[in-house]
Design a protein around this ligand. Sequence first.
Ligand code: NAD
Length: 541
Amino acid sequence: MNNSIINFPLPANEPVKAYMPGSPERVALEKELERQSKLVVEIPIIIGGKEIRTGDMGEVTCPHDHQHVIARYHKVGKKEVEMAIDAAMKAWKEWSCTPWTTRAAIVMKMAELLATKYRPIMNAATMLGQSKNFFQAEIDSACETIDFFRYNVHYASKIYAMQPKDGVAQLNHTEYRPLEGFILAVTPFNFTSIASNLCMTPVLMGNVALWKPSTTALLSNYYLMQLYKEAGLPDGVVNFLPGSGALIGEVATESKYFSGIHFTGSTATFKSLWKQASMNVDKYISYPRLVGETGGKDFIFVHPSADPKAVATAAFCGAYEFQGQKCSAASRMYIPKSLWAGVLEDMKAMAAEVKMGDVMDPSNFINAVIDKASFDKAKSYIDFAKEAEDAKIVMGGNCDCSKGWFVEPTIIETSNPHFKSMEEEIFAPVLTVYPYDDEKWEEVVKECDETSPYGLTGAVFGRCRMAVEKITDALRYTAGNFYINDKPTGAVVGMQPFGGARASGTNDKAGGEFNLIRWIIPRVIKETLVSPTDYRYTYMK
Ligand code: NAD
């Protein structure tokens, strides 16, 4: 019986490796890329630790080389989802009562395994499957995933230490129980770290999960399952269900044991899951926890006092890294007309320098968007702008799907602050810019606040600190993560806990105590040391 109080201090962030030519990490990653490129992995369903093969198959291809199949996966049917619920509830009996320090030890081991043996495996799978370059893979599938593991253990230790005070002749304590059922984790394609975190945060707090991975991120997500097993996660705690999200969502939300959803993806998908849960609310043992991080229309607001060079760099990196497929990616910019020509010239110079192509070539800054649907969507917005009277393409605008799903870094300039691509999420390397008359900046701040339904990330640039303060206040509800003189992407665990409100999500801040708290139901226990035996109060005697 473990009765020690273990301390999990605030960890340091996992250092980002440089991948210089010839460095040990570069050699290991190149070798692993080579190995994985030659494989077609068969991905099974995993329920209660057992691999299940339905024979109903789907394919995973490289976005930058869409004829290159890297995996084939078995799809779940209704029967497998029901089996997964049974397996999860069986595992719940032991896992929900396992000492939290044992759960923490398993999660800490996941971090160590990922920092070492699994680092090249996860990075290579994320590069090939999700079209991330060396740097984008390293900051996601290695560093952020590791940080989520370690920081969540630290935050959990703080939560468990939060206890009520004792009174006279009484002892009080709070027992932080896991939810009474299973969590449905529905994860997006764009971050391996998010895919891991959506399962592992509830699991760390003693919950069990049905995991619906994104079909386009299946390769890296399957390796995560292997990592969890090697770290000692018991069978059935996470059940891996590739296949149709609509089917899995429907079956899972009909179960009386459905106790929560941990979601990241588009606003429309989250709303549909929320509606399904609402329809079934009478069936559930408890009110389910609905936690979702969803879409965005992230902005850069430039004040006339801004440094144009800093704006150009932030807009370029914020809009185009990982092909604009970070939920935080800059996708609309408000800029004073006096600064626009210079900023555009600088951005064009950067675009002329960067290369676009396969992830295997480290000189490529831009890779492919995730799939055909994404490519078609981006192209349709670009084509719309080409035809529009109140907009024009001033940079990029070419798309090429002959080998991979490539969309050039593109700028749409518009004279209409409500132009379609100023309001709607595209999720591709397309930035729409609205140049405004310098003296009207206060009116335009209001436009920025009222233009889109989202509230995820935003940035303000300005050297006049008083104006920056005013803009920050006026844009108070536009973003859950707000940046001053920096690009709106690149949140780091432990430094900028991430999440947005309005149509962007429930803002439960991944990588922080707010999120962990959603996965527990506290029970407060009062123990009276000597129980009273007289019902009368003193004044009555
Ligand atoms: P998506 O909504 O298409 O898919 C997300 C997940 O939901 C996938 O696993 C998918 O298979 C599943 N799914 C799809 N339809 C479903 C249904 N009807 N029922 C149940 N599950 C279903 O999103 P995506 O394309 O993977 O990711 C891109 C979106 O994610 C963007 O909108 C982006 O802004 C958002 N995102 C937000 C954050 C954030 O923190 N706010 C982070 C990353 C991504």
